[in-house]
Design a protein around this ligand. Structure first.
Ligand SMILES: CC(=O)SCCNC(=O)CCNC(=O)[C@H](O)C(C)(C)COP(=O)(O)OP(=O)(O)OC[C@H]1O[C@@H](n2cnc3c(N)ncnc32)[C@H](O)[C@@H]1OP(=O)(O)O
Length: 409
């Protein structure tokens, strides 16, 4: 039988999805989740590798945006639903699908491609670098005090059914998504994502609820959470599971944190995916008992080095020639002069001598300001060719807020 790489079509959907779910270990998403991905996937840029009448490889694309330093949202091809059947693994199936996708993204013109990886070791070879991290915490709420900011008592809290308030929360999310690099200003359709709460994924926790934080009737923050009850001989030791927490100001954040830490019969406040510089770190009395863990989250690769680097702003004035290597997207290879600062930047090919040399995955890791070019240089991933250039470029690439992608895709 011959293998054929073809674009995803509606008639192929069921077999394609089956192949995907089996490659993930027999995962069976709820029907509403399957329908969401079916509606969001860009079928024209999603592929299946068919062995006869059977899909043995799946590769999906989502049309996304990412907020970059400076507050602009740049178009990004979101790589998702990647899988290869166990019968066909390590024969280059992923490589062939990635090749097709990268060429397609070049044609469609997004400056960036992004993904969240099942395993960190897979995508570096295709030029993706870990650009954001996420912070998880299990706060021992009976041993950790809160030092809350002024104004928390001006915030009114109310608990609501998700369907009744998700629209208002989504409006607030859309505003906040422009304020931190790495966030994804969700396009229409994505508002269904936070509402997914299939019973089979709850692992003993309750249905989810929203708690709203309002000031004078205006929404200033919200959290989406569930409760997981648990009992031992000495009594209750439940967990508050926070799926989402967005706040427009410190008082709203503090009021939500106080509420979530004060629910009776609960001992742990579990935060699954927060920015690494999240405000709670500075509100708790004992950060060690917050039991924090950091993990790689969003992987990013510039699809078009010039457009990507010109699309963000820089913390300080910068004028640097980067010598970029990019085996997967050779159109990015070579020297680029980046000149810019806090108001904007230009980035164009140049014949001038290079100041720094780096692979495109290192540029992807540094792009949102979450990984220092100097730290990458310390690991040998960036080479300084002109003394002083590294410190200046590393400073210019930083972001005041740590980049963060609040959910997977
Ligand atoms: C964005 C997302 O959707 S993340 C989800 C990814 N999917 C999964 O984790 C589901 C389970 N795993 C799979 O389906 C497959 O193993 C895949 C998709 C990860 C890899 O597919 P394959 O067809 O086996 O990969 P392929 O043969 O093209 O390998 C290309 C290269 O990646 C390497 N590679 C592939 N998978 C892995 C891995 N899991 N860890 C480390 N390296 C890997 C190969 O060794 C090869 O390296 P080389 O070019 O140096 O020789």
């Amino acid at each position: 039988m011959s293998n054929e790489l073809r674009v995803l079509t509606e008639p192929d959907w069921k077999a394609w999805l089956d192949a995907l779910e089996w490659a993930f270990g027999g995962l069976h998403d709820a029907p509403e989740e399957q329908q969401l991905w079916r509606d969001l996937l860009d079928f024209d840029r999603s592929f299946g590798l068919w062995d006869g009448d059977r899909p043995v490889g799946t590769f999906g694309t989502l049309a996304m945006e990412v907020t970059v330093p400076g507050g602009t949202a740049l178009a990004a091809a979101g790589v998702t639903t990647v899988s290869v059947a166990a019968t066909h693994r390590r024969r280059g199936v992923l490589r062939s699908m990635m090749r097709r996708a990268l060429d397609t993204y070049r044609e469609s013109g997004e400056p960036l491609a992004i993904l969240t990886a099942s395993e960190p070791a897979i995508y570096g070879r295709f030029g993706f670098g870990a650009a954001t991290q996420s912070l998880a915490a299990d706060i021992e709420i009976h041993r950790v005090g809160l030092d809350l900011p002024a104004g928390v008592d001006d915030i009114a809290l109310s608990v609501a059914e998700p369907a009744a308030v998700a629209g208002r929360c989504e409006e607030l999310y859309a505003r906040l998504a422009r304020t931190r690099p790495g966030m994804f200003p969700r396009q229409p359709g994505w508002e269904r994502l936070p509402l997914l709460d299939p019973p089979q994924d709850r692992a003993g926790a309750s249905e989810q609820r929203y708690v709203l934080a309002e000031r004078d009737g205006e929404l200033a923050g919200y959290a989406r959470y569930a409760l997981k009850p648990e009992w031992e001989a000495a009594g209750a030791k439940g967990t508050v599971i926070v799926r989402d927490l967005e706040a427009a100001d410190p008082a709203a954040y503090g009021a939500l944190l106080r509420y979530l830490s004060g629910i009776d019969l609960m001992s742990t406040l579990s935060l699954a995916n927060r920015p690494v510089d999240d405000a709670f770190l500075h509100m708790v009395s004992d950060v060690r008992r917050a039991r924090t863990r950091v993990q790689d989250r969003l992987y990013l690769r510039p699809m078009d080095v010039g457009a990507a680097l010109a699309g963000r702003t820089y913390a300080t004035e910068v004028d640097v020639v980067l010598d970029v290597s990019d085996a997967s997207c050779p159109w990015n290879e070579g020297r680029w002069r980046l000149s810019g600062g806090p108001k904007g930047a230009v980035c164009e090919p140049t014949a001038d001598a290079a100041d720094l040399a780096l692979p495109v995955a290192a540029l992807g890791a540094a792009y949102l300001g979450g990984t220092s070019l100097a730290a990458l240089a310390a690991a040998g991933r960036v080479e300084e060719l002109r003394p002083g250039a590294l410190a200046r470029a590393a400073t210019a690439f930083t972001s005041p807020l740590a980049p963060w992608m609040p959910h997977g895709f």
